[in-house]
Design a protein around this ligand. Structure first.
Ligand SMILES: Cc1cc2nc3c(=O)[nH]c(=O)nc-3n(C[C@H](O)[C@H](O)[C@H](O)COP(=O)(O)OP(=O)(O)OC[C@H]3O[C@@H](n4cnc5c(N)ncnc54)[C@H](O)[C@@H]3O)c2cc1C
Length: 417
């Protein structure tokens, strides 16, 4: 790849990291980073946490100051959009009508919010949260709001609920499932968070299917759920998940599924095109089939893997997935993928603030959810990445030294398949 051109479509967490890691690894070709948002590449997690609550500034969101891009000879095209990939000519069309050639293309185009498919979803006061522009709009709206309805009790919905409740607003969370974060965490952790948010004044409505939003003068005034009940709302946050941005890839006839399909090296069906982060679906050694993850860890580690390959140090992507979510005073950290677990073991004391839930399937540790127990989380990362076994009895025994156990080399039989 020496002297060649790498173009990165998408100037978010993953796209930025590919560019930075290429330079760090000594790549001497051209690096172009094209992002359709007008800002310098920035991190999204604070948008639903410290930035939303006004505790951190806009400057703190930026992954690097502007000078970094000049110093690293990264050509940043902010506010520019890739509109077409011509794989045969290895050229991209841009929204500004320009064209660009590439030797290797990295798709890091992320995902977009799923729209609420009900009448009234376009009323003023109904918002999503993905970008800094969304967060700015929500910050403003929170100032004048009284009744806040949140559709979807996922991570973003609950983080938003914590911020809104801390501002003394009347907060209702409407969730179609029977518990919050149900796709990502165990029932134990869901229940704990339901209780904690309830104590902070948040009201939950589980099994609630939103069927219509009502308004007056174009502004939202209420949310109607199946059965006819109407809940007053002058601000509605829709947090019902995201859809990977695959349109460019589909138009270019790249293989796609729930994301751009890539192999264990994160290469798409075209060897000149890689895909990473929220937009990529890949085979993981931590799950039975393909997976698409939405986390900073995933975007950053995949970016590093691609950059290393492009400078000749290719290796399969094999990082253990981990994630965090800050909800008020509660810091949730998850390592591994717990989908399909059939048993859980509790370590610590939920009543005294900190605990971890170890999730097993067939006696094999799949993942750990830690609440205000960062040490367990760090040990968990080590156990899962190194394939070190941990029995449910050991996990449950507070006297068992997890840290020392994680430091022991794995026996071959303990390695994750
Ligand atoms: C509010 C919020 C809070 C979060 N909190 C956490 C958290 O606490 N912990 C955690 O681990 N993760 C969190 N995440 C998830 C994490 O931020 C994402 O997983 C991560 O940003 C994914 O990186 P990415 O590069 O794949 O996508 P993104 O960071 O979304 O970047 C993709 C970029 O590509 C741009 N783009 C799309 N199409 C084109 C095109 N055709 N041409 C040019 N540019 C294009 C997009 O506009 C976007 O700027 C949060 C996400 C949000 C929205």
């Amino acid at each position: 790849m020496a002297g060649e051109t790498v173009v990165i479509a998408g100037g978010g967490q993953g796209g930025f990291q590919v560019a930075a890691s290429l330079r760090q690894a000594g790549f001497d070709g051209r690096v172009l980073l094209i992002g359709d948002e007008p800002e310098l590449p920035y991190q999204r997690p604070p948008l639903s946490k410290a930035y939303l609550s006004g505790q951190s500034s806009r400057e703190m969101l930026s992954l690097r100051p502007e000078q970094f891009y000049a110093d690293q000879q990264i050509e940043l095209l902010a506010g520019e959009r890739v509109t077409v990939i011509d794989r045969h000519r290895r050229r991209l069309q841009l929204a500004s009508a320009g064209e660009l050639g590439y030797d290797h293309l990295v798709l890091a185009v992320g995902a977009r919010n799923r729209a609420l498919p009900v009448p009234g979803a376009d009323l003023d006061g109904v918002l999503g949260l993905r970008t800094v522009a969304d967060a700015d709009a929500l910050r403003e709206r929170l100032k004048g709001a009284r009744d806040v309805a949140i559709v979807g009790a996922g991570f973003i919905g609950l983080e938003f609920a914590a911020v809104a409740a801390a501002q003394g607003l009347n907060v209702q969370v409407l969730e179609a499932a029977r518990r919050p974060m149900s796709r990502a965490v165990s029932a134990h952790t869901s229940d704990y968070f339901t209780q904690a948010h309830t104590q902070s004044g948040v009201k939950f409505n589980f099994g609630a299917c939103v069927v219509r939003l009502h308004g007056s003068g174009g502004r939202v005034t209420a949310v109607e759920i199946a059965g006819g009940q109407r809940l007053p709302a002058d601000l509605v946050l829709v947090g019902i998940g995201v859809i990977p941005n695959t349109e460019l890839a589909i138009a270019a006839e790249l293989a796609t599924g729930d994301g751009v399909l890539v192999d264990e090296h994160l290469v798409s069906s075209d060897p000149r095109v890689s895909a990473i982060g929220d937009c990529a679906q890949y085979p993981s050694r931590f799950t039975a089939g393909l997976i698409r993850l939405e986390s900073v860890q995933n975007a950053v580690d995949q970016a590093r893997t691609v950059a290393a390959r492009l400078v000749g140090n290719g290796a399969p992507y094999a990082k253990v997935p981990w994630f965090w979510s800050d909800q008020g005073k509660l810091k949730l950290q998850i390592v591994g993928v717990i989908a399909g677990h059939d048993a859980t073991v509790l370590r610590g004391d939920p009543d005294r603030g900190g605990f971890s839930v170890f999730c097993y399937r067939g006696g094999k540790l799949l993942g750990i959810e830690s609440v205000n127990r960062p040490a367990d989380h760090m040990v968990g990362r080590r156990l899962l990445s190194d394939g070190i076994g941990l029995t449910p009895e050991q996990a449950a025994d507070e006297g068992f030294d997890l840290k020392a156990h994680a430091a022991t080399p794995a026996k071959p039989s303990e390695h994750v398949a």
